[in-house]
Design a binder for this molecule. Sequence first.
Ligand code: G4F
Length: 327
Amino acid sequence: MKRALITGVTGQDGMYLSRLLLSKGYEVYGLVRGQNNPKIDLVREWAPDVTILTGDLLDQSSLLRALNIAKPDEVYNLGAISFVAYSWENAQLTSQVTGLGVLNILEAIRLYSGDDASKVRFYQASSSEMFGRVQEVPQRETTLLWPRSPYGVAKVFGHYMTINYRESYGMHASSGILFNHESPLRGPEFVTRKISLAVARIALGLQESVSLGNIEAKRDWGFAGDYVEAMWRMLQQDHADDYVISTGETYSVQHFLDIAFNHVNISDWEKHVFQDPKFFRPAEVDLLIGDSTKARTTLGWEPQVSFEQLVTMMIDADLEREKRSKA
Ligand code: G4F
């Protein structure tokens, strides 16, 4: 039976990945930060067989302790401060957790592994935010990185540190450059879930409108459930490497709104949507679209859920939730 340790297990990706690994017969350990973290109950409900360990990416001894308990064959580093807008207000904390945290876990794995550098396979959650002011369309593994937020800069640090540990110590350390990926488990601070929740509530007469920022921004949006499969496939390869994971299609926030409101039979959605300067960012990433040819050919991975299916899946889930809480 293989063993895996997931940092950031309480997030959307951590939840989908735990279920995937459990379904493959893994013994799964999830690292959770803080005392009485309220999200632990969500994980227990979603994937009861995950063993919860406490630890923090900022506390290397806690990471070593978790490694000694979990004895993992694979570590998936999904833990991060991941909300881009928040990273301007908390740039140092974001740099420490999202950037230096990667070094802490890599170093803990190196110490834990002793002479056997490839004892533990490592996955780093890199991000398309690293492309920022894009230097090539579509973006691929070799595209020059030009991050536009403290979060993006921290992710670049973690990305190159992963490559450096692979090259310096021969670690089996891979990086998935994941483009935006969403699901009904997405946090309500991200634009897709903010919209799906608002549209469901507007359709049920529970809310009048929603305030957003830049609705011209374009993203390459996929389904989180498809993307965790790519993470796992990366760690099953003989050699560690870096892969772009994306759908290859890009849509604006406005287009997301079109499909979302259309799904609940509201065509004149403009009267329900306002733009508020407080949701605009100091530096925006205008367009992301990824070329995942390498992952498709090497890993045999491809996304299963289309953009329209993703939007409607999120709306339907929020309609259900809102109806239940109303009842
Ligand atoms: O949903 P978002 O906050 O996601 P963003 O910034 O693209 O980052 C997400 O994807 C990255 C991968 O590229 C991850 F690394 C990262 O951790 C996160 O998962 O915003 C998407 C777009 C932005 O252009 C934003 O300016 O939507 C625009 N937007 C417009 N109105 C808004 C809003 N974003 C948010 N969160 N809230 C709004 O009201």
